[in-house]
Design a protein around this ligand. Structure first.
Ligand SMILES: O=P(O)(O)OC[C@H]1O[C@H](OP(=O)(O)OP(=O)(O)O)[C@H](O)[C@@H]1O
Ligand SMILES: O=c1cc[nH]c(=O)[nH]1
Ligand SMILES: [Mg+2]
Length: 211
């Protein structure tokens, strides 16, 4: 599946690290390190078209005009808990970005997203938002997060995950066709508990070592 609103980042470095993360024998330490590295690589693609501004600087030889990203206009929004793993990797390359958090967990019975926290920078109408969460499974969490963000009217919204599946992509595109999805892979399917197959298991538990 590849249409103009779904970007599968199939660079060999990304795919290699994702394969290592899928291995159930990967330690918490290596899972977290790989997610950090992978997210830094994904940031390269996701920020490809961010607005730039011209500034004047002095090189050791003369004054020149050159371009920089206005990091303050970019907001990374992390869906807790697991989004923190991608957030850290992205901040490695855009350290000036603003950061928002949405706390969501999936009700294990209904698989609906339950919100427990919401904190955004001010003046969201002037900002470009990149929402991050390693997993887009049923899509319920991502859809709920984007719905909440749209209430604040940001200039643009993108969604970045590590892994998704056809069901998650379809749900997200139906609810938010204007939000591009960036992912390292679209896996085969969801199981009856809403887990991605073959997947990598529970991302939050693997990042934080909670199981
Ligand atoms: O597309 P969905 O079906 O909504 O599933 C994806 C969500 O599930 C995971 O979070 P989880 O609810 O396990 O919370 P956690 O990050 O606190 O572990 C994951 O990080 C996503 O937020
Ligand atoms: O496979 C899945 C689905 C939802 N959340 C996860 O962490 N993993
Ligand atoms: Mg979890």
């Amino acid at each position: 599946m590849q249409d103009q609103n779904v970007h599968v980042i199939d660079h060999p470095l990304v795919q290699h690290k994702l394969s290592l993360m899928r291995n159930k024998e990967a330690s918490t330490n290596s899972f977290r390190r790989l997610l950090n590295e992978l997210s830094t690589l994904m940031a390269y693609e996701v920020t490809r078209d961010v607005p730039m501004q011209e500034v004047e600087i002095e090189t050791p030889l003369e004054t020149t005009r050159t371009k920089v990203i206005d990091g303050k206009k970019l907001v990374f929004v992390s869906i807790l808990r697991a989004g923190g793993g991608i957030l850290d990797g992205m901040l490695n390359v855009v350290p000036g970005a603003r950061v928002g958090h949405i706390g969501l967990y999936r009700d294990p019975k209904t698989l609906m997203a339950v919100e427990y926290y919401f904190k955004m920078p001010q003046h969201m109408a002037d900002r470009d938002v990149i929402v991050v969460d390693p997993m887009l499974a049923t899509g319920n969490s991502a859809i709920a997060a984007v719905e909440r963000l749209k209430e604040l009217g940001p200039r643009s919204i993108k969604f970045v995950c590590l892994l998704t599946c056809p069901e998650g992509v379809a749900a997200m595109q139906k609810a938010h066709p204007d939000v591009p999805i960036y992912t390292a892979a679209i896996d085969r399917e969801l199981n009856e508990h809403g887990y991605i197959l073959p997947g990598l298991g529970d991302a939050g538990d693997r990042i934080f070592g909670t199981k």
